[in-house]
Design a protein around this ligand. Structure first.
Ligand code: WQD
Length: 336
């Protein structure tokens, strides 16, 4: 059976992807530096699947550590999640973001090139589109100047991978995520934000749990039906399964060129107020919130055109927004 390296495999999307990889029979090796994840996730994954992934605590910014790993491990494919991902923080600390997100990517790709590891899946983001001119957003939408160093590392990362694959006849797929939310239906893994949550859904669940006083809705004067910003919220398990589909595409050599990219979302946009109402309905919890000023760098609306991903990856979302919100709440409750 093929062995897949999952970097950042103890993180939110990484851990859900490890579970789906094991479910379909892959052997999994995780590299994580635990800077934004918890070692307890390794046992949680093992409890869910009955198989303990091999784990290495490695800082991918250390070139020699990366080389040593590949000297002692035979890897058939790589799914690369490990990166810093807080948009606001990236504005304050750009060099840390470029060193970590770009530096570690370069070291991984050098090993891929030297050892002819031919299958690479990259965790990209819809932030590469900025505020798209047309909605829903297709893969042909122009890449806009990044609104943050975080978004820039995703744009630059895609370019580096494209050039590397072309020069060395390697094969890679970038998945441009919209907004991942929710938790595995075992409620043993989910989103574990360290400190004050930056993203909407963990802030919502922590407010409902009484950990946060009230949710601040960042702006209700956007050019949208109810004035609040619109996003495409996708269940993290559906997103994890998109990685399996992309990996199979490469393993089956169904890819049409060395570097491909796909929008991974539900295709439906929801405003912040719609999310609040859907959450209250799905969980029977009342949510305290107030309207405050817009957040710097937020776009008005972003939701995916999933036509190409559905067709080329033979993948589509299976879970509803209500299931995602309910699972986020059940996961929050399990953290008590
Ligand atoms: C969603 C909506 C906020 C918090 C980011 C990254 C993206 C990806 C997903 C990594 C927006 C509003 C939020 C709050 C609010 N991350 N909001 N009150 O900004 O769409 O995307 O996370 O890959 O790359 O850019 O997600 O969850 O922060 O915000 O009103 O307390 O909720 O304004 O409209 P975002 P988000």
């Amino acid at each position: 059976m093929k062995t897949i390296l999952v970097t950042g495999g103890l993180g939110f999307i990484g851990s859900h992807t490890v579970v789906e990889l094991q479910n379909v029979g892959f052997d999994v090796v995780i590299i994580d530096d635990l800077s934004n994840s918890n070692i307890s996730v390794l046992n949680s994954i093992t409890e869910i699947t009955g198989k303990k992934p091999e784990f290495h605590r490695i800082d991918l910014r250390k070139k020699q550590e990366v080389k040593n790993f590949f000297d002692t491990n035979t890897i058939d494919g790589i799914i690369h999640f490990a990166a810093f991902k807080a948009v606001g923080e990236s504005v304050q600390k750009p060099l840390e973001y470029y060193e970590n997100n770009i530096g570690s990517l370069v070291y991984l790709l050098q090993e891929m090139r030297d050892r002819k590891i031919d299958h690479f899946i990259f965790s990209s983001s819809c932030t590469v589109y900025g505020q798209a001119d047309e909605l829903p957003i297709t893969e042909n939408a122009p890449i806009k100047p990044a609104e943050s160093p975080y978004g820039n590392t995703k744009q630059i990362g895609e370019e580096i991978i494209k050039d590397t694959c072309k020069a060395n006849n390697l094969n890679a797929i970038a998945l441009r995520y919209f907004n991942p939310i929710g938790a595995h239906d075992s409620y043993k893994i989910g989103e574990l934000p360290l400190g004050i949550p930056q993203n909407l859904i963990p802030y919502v669940t922590q407010t409902a749990a009484g950990i946060r006083e009230e949710l601040s809705v960042f702006g209700d004067d956007y050019n949208t039906p109810d004035g609040t910003a619109i996003r495409d919220y996708i269940h993290v398990v559906d997103l994890a399964k998109a990685h399996i589909a992309a990996l199979q595409r490469l393993l089956n050599k169904d890819n049409k060129n060395n570097f491909e990219y796909f929008n991974i979302g539900t295709g439906t946009g929801s405003s912040v107020l719609e999310i609040i109402k859907a959450f209250e309905k799905a969980t029977n919890q009342k949510l305290n919130y107030k309207i405050v000023a817009k957040r710097e760098g937020d776009v008005t609306a972003a939701y995916a055109d999933t036509t190409i991903a559905n067709r080329e990856l033979n993948w589509k979302t299976e879970k509803t927004l209500e299931e995602a919100l309910k699972s986020a709440w059940e996961w929050q409750e399990s953290q008590k």
